[in-house]
Design a protein around this ligand. Structure first.
Ligand code: C2E
Ligand code: CA
Ligand code: CA
Length: 657
C-alpha cells in the first residue's frame, strides 16, 4: 500500500496516531508484568491502519522519531492508570538506534510524562544493525545508563541473531511469533523455540514468547523454561481506555505444569478421582520413602517431594525454580551426564552413588532418571527418583563373598550367571542360557557359547575376556546373541575375577542380562495425564496404594505391575489376600500378610526397606527392596497406606570424585 508522505504529515497534524497496549504476563504465575506499546493509525478516510503498512513510509519520510515521541507521550500520559509495578515497552526502528539524539528524546518524553525510565524497555529488531554495531552499541549503552532495558525483538527471523545478541547489551529476548504459532504442531519450530529460550537463559536474559494464542502453547513454553508470554491468550492490543479493564483481569490463564490432558488408558486418572484420592496421591508423592522430583529442560526443580528435600538437606522452597547445580553443587558434576541422557530421551536407571561424595557419611543412593514427554513426544523434563540403598549394599557386600550365595543366585536369578576358569573357558552356566538361545548346555560350555554371538561381536567379546584375565579388571561387554527364535538380542555380560591366595586369578564370576528395553518405558510415559500421575506412573519404582476405609488396594502403578505381576490388583481385599511368594534373602518364605502394605494399613506402622526375593511370572527371581508406610490425611487420621517396591538392579556404579 502506497502511503504518501504528505498524508503522514497531515496525520501527525490531525493527531491520528495513538498507542495500543498489549499485556505481557509471567507464564509461571499468570501475573501481568508489562504492556507493549504498539502504534495505530486511525485514518480519517481509510479507518484503522496497522503498523506494518505505515512504519516503512514513516521511516522514509524522516518522521520516525516523531512517531516514537507521540507514542511515548501518549503512553506516559496514560501511565497513571498503571500501578507502579507495571512496565512499558516501546518499539524502535533499527535506524533509530543509530541516532545519537535518541537518548535525549526519550529523556525529554519521560520528564514530560513523569515516567521513570527504569520502567521502560526499548525493543529493536535485528534487521538493519549489521555493519553499524559500534554506533548502535554507544546509543544502547547510553539508554542503559538512563535505566532503560533493551529487548531484541523478533528473535530468530533475522540473519545475524547471534552477532547482535553478543554485541549489544540486551536484557530480553523476544521469540518471534512465527515459531510460537507452529510450535505445537511442528517439531522444528518447537526445537527452535527451545533453543532460543535456552540461549536467552544461558546469556542471563529474560525470554518472552510472542503470539501466544492457546493454552497448549503457553504450557509448552513454560516447560521449555520461557519467562513471559504475550499474545491473544492474554489480551489483544487495546487503547489506553481499556487499561483498567486489562489490569483487573484475574490471572486465570496461567500456564499449567501438567502435561496436556490426553485420553490415556492408565489406571489412575486424577480427574476422575474423588478429592480424597487426590490427597492420597499427594501424600504418597510427599511421603514416599523415595526422593522424587521433576526437573525441567533447564535442570530446574519444578516439583519435589519431602523426602528428596530431606536428602538434599534444604527445604523444598530452596529447590523450586533453582537448578540442580545450584542446589547440590558438589553432586551435580557426578549426575549431570545422566540427567542429560534422560533429556535426550534415554531412560537411565540403576545408577549408584555415594553421597555426600566428600563427607564422612556412608550413604549409598540408587538414582534413576526417566524422560517425561509431552503429547507430541518431545522431552519436557526428567522425573528423578533417589533411593537410599546403603543398608542393602552393606548386606550385599557381606553376602558377596560367599560362594553359596552365588550358587543360590545361579538357580534363582533372572539373569544368566556364568563362571569362567583361569583360561577363559566357561565351566558353569545357568540353564537359562539354553532357554534363551536353544543351545544345549554341554555345547555352550568351554568356548562353545561364542558360536551363538553375532559374528561382529565375537572378537570384541573375546578380547574383553582376555583383558580381564590379564589385568584383573572387571568385564563389562555387550554383544548380540541369536535367540531361539532366530532374532538377535543385545545382551550385557558383566563379571569380576576371583583371586587365589597368591593373587592369581582363579575364576571369573558374572552374569549375562538382556539389555533393558528402555524404549518401552519412554513410550509408556506419554500416557501421563497429570503431574502427580505422571510421577507415580513414570517413576521406576513400584507404588501400590491401599485405602484405609475398606482395606483394599486402590492403585497399582506400572512399575509395580511389572515387578509383581498381579500379586496386587485394584479392589483386592488385603485382609483376605496378602502377598504370596516373597522370600527373604535366605530363601525363607514370608507370610502373605507380613507385607509392608498390609502392615501399614492394619497397624499404621512403617516398615522397611527390606530386601526380598520374588519369583516372577517369567520364572526369574527379582531382588526387591520393599518398604511401606501409612498415609495420614489433613486431620491426622489414617486414610491409606503405600508400599514402594524397587528392583535392585545390577548397579551402574560411579565413583565419587
Ligand atoms: P512486534 O513488535 O513484533 O509486535 C507484535 C505484533 O504481534 C503486533 O502487531 C501485535 O498486534 C501482534 N500480536 C500480538 N499478539 C498476537 C497473537 O496472539 N497472534 C497474532 N497473530 N499476532 C499477535 P502489530 O500491532 O500489527 O505490529 C506490527 C509491528 O509493527 C510490530 O511487531 C512492531 O515491529 C512494529 N511497530 C509497532 N509499533 C511501532 C512503533 O511505534 N514504532 C516502530 N518503529 N515499530 C512499531
Ligand atoms: Ca515489539
Ligand atoms: Ca516481535
Amino acid at each position: 500500500m502506497q502511503v504518501e508522505a504528505d498524508d503522514i504529515r497531515r496525520a501527525f497534524e490531525e493527531d491520528e496516531f495513538f498507542p495500543a497496549f498489549q499485556p505481557l504476563v509471567e507464564l509461571r504465575t499468570g501475573q501481568l508484568t508489562e504492556f507493549e506499546i504498539l502504534a495505530r493509525w486511525q485514518h480519517k478516510d481509510r479507518g484503522a491502519i496497522f503498523p506494518d503498512a505505515f512504519i516503512p513510509q514513516v521511516e522514509a519520510s524522516g518522521l520516525i522519531n516523531r512517531l516514537t515521541r507521540t507514542m511515548l507521550d501518549k503512553a506516559f500520559a496514560a501511565a497513571p492508570l498503571l500501578n507502579s509495578g507495571l512496565h512499558l515497552s516501546v518499539n524502535l526502528s533499527p535506524v533509530q538506534l543509530l541516532d545519537p539524539e535518541l537518548p535525549a528524546h526519550i529523556v525529554a518524553c519521560a520528564e514530560r510524562g513523569r515516567f521513570p525510565l527504569d520502567r521502560l524497555t526499548i525493543e529493536v529488531t535485528e534487521s538493519a544493525l549489521l555493519g553499524e554495531l559500534s554506533r548502535a552499541k554507544a546509543v544502547a549503552l547510553e539508554l542503559k545508563a538512563l535505566g532503560c532495558r533493551l529487548a531484541l525483538d523478533d528473535f530468530g527471523t533475522g540473519y545475524s541473531s547471534l552477532k547482535h545478541l553478543q554485541a549489544l547489551p540486551f536484557d530480553k529476548l523476544k521469540v518471534d511469533r512465527s515459531f510460537v504459532r507452529s510450535m505445537t504442531e511442528s517439531r522444528e519450530s518447537r526445537k527452535i523455540v527451545a533453543a532460543e529460550v535456552g540461549l536467552g537463559q544461558s546469556l542471563g536474559m529474560m525470554t518472552v514468547a510472542e503470539g501466544v494464542e492457546t493454552q497448549a502453547q503457553a504450557n509448552m513454553l513454560l516447560w521449555l523454561g520461557c519467562d513471559l508470554g504475550q499474545g491473544w491468550l492474554y489480551g489483544k492490543p487495546a487503547p489506553a481506555e481499556d487499561l483498567p479493564r486489562m489490569i483487573a483481569v484475574a490471572p486465570r490463564t496461567r500456564a499449567s505444569m501438567l502435561p496436556a490432558p490426553m485420553d490415556g488408558n492408565s489406571i489412575v486418572s486424577v480427574d476422575s478421582l474423588p478429592a480424597q484420592r487426590l490427597a492420597q496421591l499427594q501424600a504418597v508423592y510427599d511421603g514416599a520413602p523415595v526422593g522424587l522430583c521433576f526437573l525441567d529442560r533447564n535442570l530446574r526443580y519444578v516439583s519435589l517431594n519431602r523426602r528428596l528435600a530431606e536428602m538434599n538437606g534444604a527445604p523444598a522452597s530452596a529447590h523450586l525454580g533453582r537448578t540442580v547445580a545450584e542446589v547440590i553443587p558438589r553432586l551435580f558434576p557426578l549426575v549431570e551426564r545422566f540427567i542429560r541422557r534422560a533429556l535426550r530421551g534415554e531412560p537411565v536407571s540403576g545408577v549408584e552413588l555415594q553421597r555426600p561424595p566428600d563427607g564422612g557419611g556412608t550413604q549409598t543412593v540408587m538414582l534413576s532418571y526417566q524422560p517425561v514427554r509431552d503429547e507430541a513426544g518431545e522431552v519436557l523434563g526428567v522425573s528423578v527418583a533417589v533411593m537410599d540403598v546403603s543398608e542393602h549394599r552393606r548386606t550385599e557386600e557381606a553376602l558377596h563373598e560367599s560362594e553359596t550365595h552365588h550358587r543360590h543366585m545361579m538357580q534363582l536369578n533372572p539373569h544368566v550367571p556364568w563362571v569362567l576358569d583361569a583360561t577363559g573357558a566357561v565351566t558353569e552356566a545357568s540353564p537359562r542360557w539354553e532357554a534363551l538361545t536353544g543351545q544345549p548346555m554341554e555345547q555352550a560350555l568351554g568356548h562353545g557359547w561364542i558360536r551363538m554371538l553375532h559374528p561382529d561381536d565375537v572378537e570384541p567379546t573375546s578380547q574383553a575376556i582376555r583383558d580381564s584375565l590379564q589385568t584383573g579388571q572387571p568385564i563389562d561387554v555387550q554383544y548380540r546373541v541369536r535367540r531361539r527364535d532366530g532374532e538377535w538380542k543385545w545382551m550385557r555380560s558383566r563379571g569380576s575375577p576371583r583371586f587365589g591366595p597368591s593373587g592369581e586369578i582363579v575364576s571369573i564370576y558374572g552374569v549375562v542380562e538382556e539389555v533393558h528395553d528402555q524404549k518401552q518405558l519412554g513410550e509408556d510415559l506419554q500416557s501421563c495425564r497429570a503431574e502427580l500421575q505422571a510421577v507415580l506412573e513414570a517413576v521406576p519404582v513400584g507404588v501400590i496404594l491401599a485405602d484405609a476405609e475398606d482395606g483394599r488396594v486402590v492403585m497399582v502403578n506400572k512399575q509395580a505391575r511389572k515387578l509383581l505381576g498381579d500379586a496386587f490388583v485394584p479392589g483386592q481385599d488385603l485382609a483376605e489376600h496378602g502377598w504370596q511368594g516373597p522370600t527373604d534373602i535366605h530363601g525363607r518364605p514370608q507370610p502373605a500378610n507380613e507385607n509392608p502394605l498390609s502392615r501399614a494399613i492394619f497397624t499404621g506402622e512403617s516398615s522397611g526397606p527390606r530386601m526380598l526375593l520374588y519369583q516372577r511370572a517369567d520364572g526369574g527371581v527379582a531382588r526387591l527392596s520393599v518398604s511401606g508406610g501409612p498415609i495420614y490425611g489433613e486431620d491426622e487420621q489414617l486414610i491409606g497406606a503405600v508400599m514402594i517396591v524397587w528392583e535392585m538392579a545390577a548397579a551402574e556404579s560411579i565413583e565419587p570424585q
